[in-house]
Write a protein that binds this ligand. Structure first.
Ligand SMILES: NC(=O)C1=CN([C@@H]2O[C@H](COP(=O)(O)OP(=O)(O)OC[C@H]3O[C@@H](n4cnc5c(N)ncnc54)[C@H](O)[C@@H]3O)[C@@H](O)[C@H]2O)[C@H](O)CC1
Ligand SMILES: [K+]
Length: 266
């Protein structure tokens, strides 16, 4: 299936317009719908019966916020989510509180381990390794459409470890990665760049939000040429644009069925 895409530049402008006084959304509203559609895509792909322990890796921006919202919905859907949130944002304190109230563990910056001279997060491999080992699947909510390569610390190390796990696990076909909006580390407009291969993940599921970005075309192309072809899925979520709005931005409104918040693009 072919689909229209939106460039990184326009995705940022579209997002601003959704939250302008003329359209009227708040970030909380958009994030709630985006996160819900991620959780629904996870459920459609890997139900809790087979993939109960989901590890959500959340980045410092709004992609990470979508991950926090998704974690809460996953819990309501019957999963046991854990959130790895190395650099928490002060904007999402409310979402963090909700997760605490839902009994969802959040592994975040350990203040004992902050280098006092640099005030930087010190990455502990063993913490992430244990979380990866214990999970049945990984939700990659690290970076979305504002990401610009190359990756900076600590996310370079985090991505390398996730990729290593992913490669080992792919062989056993056990633990899927579900990427929110984009596979983290990929160039939004070009897809995976060969010079950054050490952290180029290949997720089993991509959930594009509002409209696929050009990297999603690469995802579909690579999926088509991969041995895992039939098991790789691409969803569209973030059901918040009207047909008139979509027309103006030259994107498609998803063919959502009934009350669904996510639709598979086939
Ligand atoms: N309209 C929509 O579709 C909506 C989508 N949502 C989600 O929001 C993200 C985009 O969020 P944004 O905050 O603009 O950016 P990111 O989360 O992608 O990242 C920003 C964050 O990342 C840091 N950063 C950037 N590049 C690097 C790098 N190379 N190394 C390390 N760190 C980096 C930057 O400093 C910021 O801290 C979109 O993809 C959707 O997932 C909204 O939830 C709702 C509307
Ligand atoms: K992502």
């Amino acid at each position: 299936m072919s689909f229209r895409t939106i460039s990184s530049k326009n995705a940022i402008l579209l997002d601003k317009e959704l939250m302008s006084t003329s359209v009227g959304f708040s970030l909380d509203q958009l994030m709630e719908l985006a996160g819900l559609s991620v959780a629904e895509s996870v459920y459609k792909s890997y139900p809790p019966k087979t993939h109960k322990k989901m590890l959500i890796i959340a980045g410092p921006g709004n992609n990470g916020g979508d991950g926090l919202v998704a974690a809460r919905h996953l819990k309501l859907f019957g999963y046991e989510p854990t959130v790895y949130y190395p650099k928490p944002s002060s904007s999402f304190k409310g979402l963090e509180t909700q997760l605490h109230r839902f009994g969802i563990p959040i592994i975040t910056m350990n203040t004992d381990k902050i280098d006092p001279t640099k005030q930087k997060f010190i990455f502990d491999e063993n913490v992430l390794r244990k979380l990866l080992e214990e999970s049945d699947g990984i939700v990659d909510a690290i970076f979305g459409f504002s990401f610009r390569p190359p990756l900076r610390a600590p996310f370079d190390q985090i991505l390398k470890m996730v990729k290593q796990e992913n490669e080992q696990l792919l062989k056993k076909k056990l633990k899927p990665i579900i990427s929110v909006d984009l596979p983290t580390g990929w160039d939004v407009d070009k897809g995976p760049l060969p010079e950054y291969d050490e952290w180029n993940l290949f997720p089993q599921v991509l959930v594009s939000l509002t409209a696929p970005k050009p990297a999603a075309v690469e995802f579909v192309r690579l999926a088509h040429n991969s041995a895992a072809k039939g098991r790789i899925r691409h969803f569209l979520g973030g059901r918040f644009v009207s047909p008139a709005f979509a027309d103006r931005w030259k994107i498609d409104v998803g063919r959502y069925v009934g009350t669904e918040q996510t639709v598979e693009l086939k």
